[in-house]
Ligand binder design. Sequence first.
Ligand code: GDP
Length: 444
Amino acid sequence: MFDNLSQRLQATVKRLRGQGRLTEENMRETLREVRMALLEADVAVPVVKAFVDRIRERALGQEVLTSLTPGQALVKIVHDELVALMGGANDALDLAARPPAVVLFAGLQGSGKTTTVAKLARRIREREGKSVLVTSADVYRPAAIEQLRKLAHAVGVEFHESRADQRPVDIARGAVEAARKRLLDVVLIDTAGRLHVDQAMMEEIKAVHAAIQPVETLFVVDSMAGQDAVNAAEAFNAALPLTGVVLTKADGDARGGAALSVRHVTGKPIKFLGVGEAPDALEPFHPERIASRILGMGDVLTLVEEAHRTADKQQAEKLAEKFRKGKGFDLEDFRDQLQQMQRMGGISSLLEKLPGVGELPAGARDQVNDAQMKRLVAIINSMTPRERRAPDVIKGSRKRRIAAGSGTQVQDVNRLLKQFDQMQRVMKQMRKGGGLQRMLAGMR
Ligand code: GDP
């Protein structure tokens, strides 16, 4: 998401940074570029207008004109206003109510509701250690009930049975009652969506809402839907007291207009981003971090959090020790590193969050891809433990055996060995040159 918007705004920002002085002329030009970039990203027209007006107002004020680096000051304003547009701070779910805390999901068909119910159920169970029960009040598509049953099983949460001949209101009440009796903490209720906003659907979900009085009513919306997403958000917001929005399919090539418009149009916070089909592909929505990502400043915080979550502590310490001592980093450690990267969502997800990567040419980014990482792991797996510890022994016949074993070519094995060799050399240099600290300082 945001690829195009991000490229355009970064180009604007780069030009600005170079400006020693801001004149009315280049300010007008910049505002025009920002406006065009937002419109092209499908941000709703009134939202673009309000946004550009805010920037103009602040940019003409003291903070820019008196700044020593007016270009930088203006970039900061764009960043701040992007953050404000998306709602400021992250808004977490409020599940502190007397249990069971009930969460109702609303949204159009295909928006990703059922998938999101499962993702969130998993998250609440794993991260907060709460017991979760899910149910489907979608009585129009028997396949929908079946889909949620399977997902609930896959993520290890309770599933409350429902049937196509029941009323949605009764299903929802039944699930809450069951959770209360069994002292479960949280109930998530999936509902039926239609392809378009229609009266009957709205009446039905309003009735369900009135019957169970949820603490959270989340509107799920597909970020690829562009302007339609904004219209649907308005309609649902008018019908229901929404407490938040979940924006799905942010991993796709959506232009990002929905993400930037929904908050402004509904006044409700985006609480989560769906970033893939897998049950763990859900991120809390942090406006600050997304704004930095859009402007190419990277999202190092999310990266660090992911690293903490997925890291194997013992392994990390073992590695740090080897690193300090300057020896013993072998191909097994290299494989551990690769696997850790995969656990963190793969190379593409990592790159997206690193500062400056947006400026690399597309070709350079494609050189490291997830398929290649899997290939590297396969090659290392085909080696004997001795070969992994002392790669120098890997010569002709061993190379052929390893290539055959991993379904690769000898030149793939050669490339891996060369990369590993380079890595060791870089590590050596870093140790000599003052270590990691210095390298990180250079990145800032
Ligand atoms: P529902 O009709 O609103 O319940 O939608 P579903 O949960 O059945 O999702 C519709 C499709 O979108 C399914 O194929 C999901 O796997 C897919 N999907 C949902 N969320 C995401 C997401 O964040 N990223 C991607 N790439 N696909 C998603």
